[in-house]
Design a protein around this ligand. Structure first.
Ligand code: SAM
Length: 265
């Protein structure tokens, strides 16, 4: 491991806004603050918003600056990435920010029923080969339902055609209400489909102007950024869509070429 990473990991141990809970920690017992984030950490009754797979936490920190009356928690398994956002939040004295280092597979162990108002999924790995690792699969939606308020909002911002198409099917198969959806957020392709979409409101537009680390890279490569927000009602029994979707060849072209894989469920 590089010296830089070791220094970041050592610093993380001292950051009061970071909770490190890899499997080795949570397998030893329940998370103390489950259901008590507001009372024990934020010391207010404000809503809680999660960014899952936050990387360097651009949304967590960016939204926290814009909305001091909302609490934001960035979740990622990679400590060296979380370090960047956590350090910024400390330097800017943002007391409405926390970071949780853990696997999102265990996310329901950290939050109690109705403890979270919204979830952001920013440039999540599309996980084209494994639906159980895909953060918009029904596998994860069922976990989110355990702590998201009834009708809580899920935001997905992505470069990936695969993930966006999959999520569109997942949402429509389960009749989840879509609040907004665009295949070309920044309007690179002025085709009829984009023009037909509803105009986005100014507040959402301002939020979406936050660019993440990965987003900047995909924009530089000329890829369209896609965005949708939908709600997750509690009374829906989710069914996993059974569909085949074209893979994103630009992501792992060589790997898929070797395996001959062209489509995935
Ligand atoms: C492609 S990066 C995007 C990071 C950031 N949201 C951005 O847009 O720059 C995906 C992030 O999700 C994290 N991640 C993916 N699957 C995860 C999981 N199951 N549990 C925790 N973190 C995960 C990775 O560590 C990585 O930082």
């Amino acid at each position: 491991m590089s010296k830089g990473k070791l220094e970041k990991f050592a610093a993380l141990e001292t950051f009061k806004n970071v909770f490190q809970c890899p499997f080795s920690v949570i397998s030893q017992g329940a998370f103390d603050m489950k259901g008590k984030w507001r009372e024990q950490y934020f010391h207010n009754d404000n809503p809680i918003v999660l960014e899952l797979g936050c990387g360097k936490g651009e949304y967590t920190v960016g939204l926290a600056c814009k909305y001091p009356e909302i609490n934001f928690i960035g979740v990622d398994i990679k400590g060296a990435r979380i370090y960047t956002g956590a350090k910024q939040a400390l330097e800017q004295e943002l007391d409405n920010v926390a970071f949780l280092r853990t696997s999102i597979e265990f996310i329901d162990r950290f939050f109690a029923k109705d403890e979270v108002q919204e979830i952001w999924l920013t440039f999540s790995d599309p996980q084209m080969k494994n639906v159980h690792k895909r953060l918009t699969s029904t596998f994860f939606m069922n976990r989110y339902k355990q702590f998201l308020v009834d009708g809580g909002i899920v935001h997905l911002k992505t470069d990936s055609n695969f993930l966006f198409t999959y999520t569109t099917y997942m949402v429509s198969s389960n009749n989840l209400p879509v609040l907004y959806r665009t295949e070309d957020l920044y309007g690179n392709e002025h085709n009829e489909k984009v023009e037909a979409e509803e105009k986005i409101d100014d507040k959402t537009l301002e939020i979406l102007s936050i660019h993440t680390y990965y987003e900047k890279q995909w924009i530089e490569r000329g890829l369209n950024i896609k965005y949708m927000k939908f709600t997750l009602p509690h009374n829906v029994s989710l069914i996993e869509p059974n569909i085949e979707i074209e893979l994103d060849e630009y992501r792992s072209y060589k790997r898929f070429k070797r395996s001959g894989l062209e489509k995935s469920k």
